[in-house]
Design a protein around this ligand. Structure first.
Ligand SMILES: Cc1cc2nc3c(=O)[nH]c(=O)nc-3n(C[C@H](O)[C@H](O)[C@H](O)COP(=O)(O)OP(=O)(O)OC[C@H]3O[C@@H](n4cnc5c(N)ncnc54)[C@H](O)[C@@H]3O)c2cc1C
Ligand code: FES
Length: 265
């Protein structure tokens, strides 16, 4: 992890309130793993003082991409930064997804902007190689569905859902998840789901449902949590999550990715 200045190669609107930023940094390219994040100083001025955490969306040889939704002051300022400027970044931070737990069948479940870190994960899991990767992408409405073409180009089997039915399945993304798991169970002819791993990122309420679905079936499941953060390095104790083992863990330092069995939800 380093504090560095990364040159902005591009920063463009890619959807309703969504932006993609390409950053040049050979260090971040080499050091970043899927599921890790960076802490960004959005403005060149003092305000907002606190850095904002954003997940590593894609990892290239020239640097990394970020995909973000404008939700407040920090991300609004970030959306106005221009190509050629330098961005003050600390990263990569956090643990990232544990790729050693990957199975023959990997199911990625994204809620809204939670899709951002799952693209890097899909690529690392080797969607073009031997593993089967499903990307279940859910959002409120069709204008908030992101990255479906990107996942398809990586060889993933993409399933969309929207709360209002404007694109894909009408309902929560967890409903197609249950259907898919039932199908996987039939196909493997196994009494359990030893050959399936679930990874999820999105709103906490969605992650809790995904966790319950996985736990009930004994499926390994990793969730990436999005707590509000200040320091991003485990010092301020501002991002606690309760674990079954007793003590609180810090999402920024011990996470943001956790195995669902660890969490006291
Ligand atoms: C590890 C991690 C990775 C993240 N990755 C991404 C990403 O790849 N793309 C992306 O768009 N966002 C991501 N987020 C969320 C992002 O950090 C917040 O949306 C951002 O900090 C909001 O800053 P702001 O100044 O624009 O809004 P603020 O004015 O600070 O807040 C505006 C609204 O956003 C909500 N909010 C603020 N912080 C968070 C948070 N951490 N999680 C959920 N809601 C929040 C607030 O409750 C408020 O309603 C990530 C968060 C974490 C912790
Ligand atoms: S943000 Fe400071 S401990 Fe996590």
């Amino acid at each position: 992890m380093k504090q560095l200045k990364a040159k902005i190669l591009s920063n463009r609107k890619v959807g309703a309130g969504f932006y993609k930023m390409e950053l040049a940094s050979s260090y971040l390219a080499k050091a970043s793993r899927p599921g890790q994040f960076v802490e960004i100083r959005c403005s060149r001025l003092v305000d907002p003082l606190l850095r904002r955490p954003l997940g590593v969306h894609r990892i290239w040889t020239r640097g990394i991409d970020l995909l973000y939704e404008v939700t407040g002051k920090g991300t609004a300022i970030l959306s106005e930064r221009r190509a050629g400027e330098e961005l003050d970044v600390i990263g990569p931070l956090g643990n990232g997804f544990d790729l050693n737990l990957a199975s023959d069948t990997n199911i990625l479940v994204a809620g809204g902007i939670g899709v951002a870190p799952l693209a890097a994960l899909a690529e690392s899991l080797g969607a073009k190689e031997h593993k089967k990767i499903y990307a279940l992408i859910g959002a409120g409405t069709k204008s908030h569905i992101m990255c479906d073409a990107e996942f398809k180009s990586m060889g993933c089997d993409v399933r969309l859902s929207t709360d209002d039915g404007s694109r894909g399945y009408k309902g929560r993304v967890t409903e197609p998840l249950v259907k898919l798991l039932d199908k996987c169970k039939l196909e493997t002819y196994l009494p359990d789901f030893r050959r399936v791993t679930v990874y999820a990122c999105g709103p906490t309420a969605m992650l809790k449902v995904v966790s319950r679905i996985a736990l009930e079936r004994g499926i390994p499941c990793q969730v990436s949590l999005e707590e509000r953060m200040a320091c991003g390095i485990g010092v301020c104790l501002g991002c606690p999550v309760k674990t079954k083992a007793g003590p609180y863990k810090m999402v920024c330092k011990d996470g943001p990715v956790f195995n669902t069995e660890e969490l006291a939800w």
